[in-house]
Design a protein around this ligand. Structure first.
Ligand code: 13P
Ligand code: SF4
Length: 319
């Protein structure tokens, strides 16, 4: 049985020819009413490929911007424009420009968790699900400038054996997972598989059996025959994990003692009420300058090309 607010959203979606996309970190009631739930890459692809005129992104602003960059003709709504991201905040445009200019010959590979302005100074974008593939596609002789997540950067450096110059940003949620506490928990549950998002500190990743994007971690829970998992990422992901493996034991990885802070405060700004309201008003929308769209979509499309198996030329993109 649908609640009145859920009914209203479904009716508004039909009137507006809209689809609702949700990230795994959204509240479970938002995930349940969404047309599609996914990680950053899958949300961008779904938004780009959808025939709907209106895309409601129940996620954070950079996710809405990514859809707008790939499909500028669509109306992209984000229920609350305050839904930022600490990685976006940790890479302001002016500082990033100086950094980028300090290594003009390097390939600037930037995590999708950044502003459209930063994308417009980058050569290629990546998400946590395609980052290794993107690195592998960059000519070996090229130096890589990686921003803004230092933990994903270090993880990639280690995995690929390439030398990176890494920006010093971090996710305010994932850095709180604690290695010592995880070690103690793992000792209590030696049969558990430890899953971690690469935005966690290296000391936490060292204890992980699987490091990957939200969709990769979910896949592991779906496919691994183990019945116990310790999960080091935002707690919204538990909703799909529980749906897929109702009988498995899922344990949230520990943060420092006493801190119940494994929720992303930005993702959690979205509510069913705000989703209904944005569909009613067609606001707040993502508005981007056409010139910015033109430059910022190039590295994003390059990412899609590599990710979807198309050939890429690594010529520099002027900025
Ligand atoms: P994913 O692309 O793995 O869903 O990650 C997005 C994110 O913001 C993680 O904090
Ligand atoms: Fe940004 Fe971290 Fe929230 Fe992901 S969990 S959106 S990286 S603040």
């Amino acid at each position: 049985m649908l609640t009145p607010i859920e009914k209203e959203i479904l009716e508004l979606k039909e009137q507006r020819n809209a689809v609702l996309l949700a990230h795994y970190y959204e509240e479970s009631e938002i995930q349940d009413i969404a047309d599609f739930v996914g990680d950053s890459l899958a949300l961008s692809q779904f938004g780009r490929d959808s025939d709907a005129e209106v895309i409601v992104m129940a996620g954070v602003v950079f996710m809405g911007e990514s859809v707008k960059l790939l499909s500028p003709q669509k109306t992209v709504l984000v229920p609350d424009l305050n839904a930022g991201c600490s990685l976006v905040n940790s890479s302001p445009t002016d500082l990033f420009r100086k950094w980028r200019e300090s290594k003009p010959d390097a390939i600037s590979m930037t995590y999708i968790n950044c502003s459209a302005e930063v994308k417009a100074m980058s050569d290629v974008i990546c998400t946590s699900s395609n980052a290794e593939k993107i690195v592998a596609s960059i000519p070996k002789e090229k130096e890589i400038l990686f921003a803004p997540d230092r933990h994903l950067g270090r993880f990639l450096e280690k995995k690929t054996g390439r030398d990176f110059t890494i920006w010093d940003g971090a996710c305010e949620v994932h850095i709180l997972f604690n290695a010592k506490e995880l070690f103690l928990l793992k000792n209590e549950h030696p049969d558990a598989i430890v899953l971690a998002h690469p935005e966690c500190d290296e000391s936490v990743l060292n204890y992980a059996d699987v490091v990957g994007s939200t969709s990769r971690l979910l896949k592991e829970v779906q496919e691994n025959s183990s019945t116990k998992f310790i999960v080091a990422t935002e707690e919204g992901i538990f909703h799909q994990m529980k749906k897929n493996r109702p009988n498995a034991t899922l344990i949230q990885a520990p943060t420092e003692k006493g801190c119940a802070c494994t929720q992303c405060p930005y993702m959690k700004l979205n509510t069913l009420e705000k989703i209904a309201l944005c569909l009613k008003n067609l606001e707040p929308q993502i508005h981007l300058d056409p010139k910015l769209i033109h430059r910022a979509r190039e590295p994003l499309e390059r990412m899609m090309d590599v990710s979807e198996g198309r050939k890429v030329k690594w010529e520099p993109i002027p900025y």
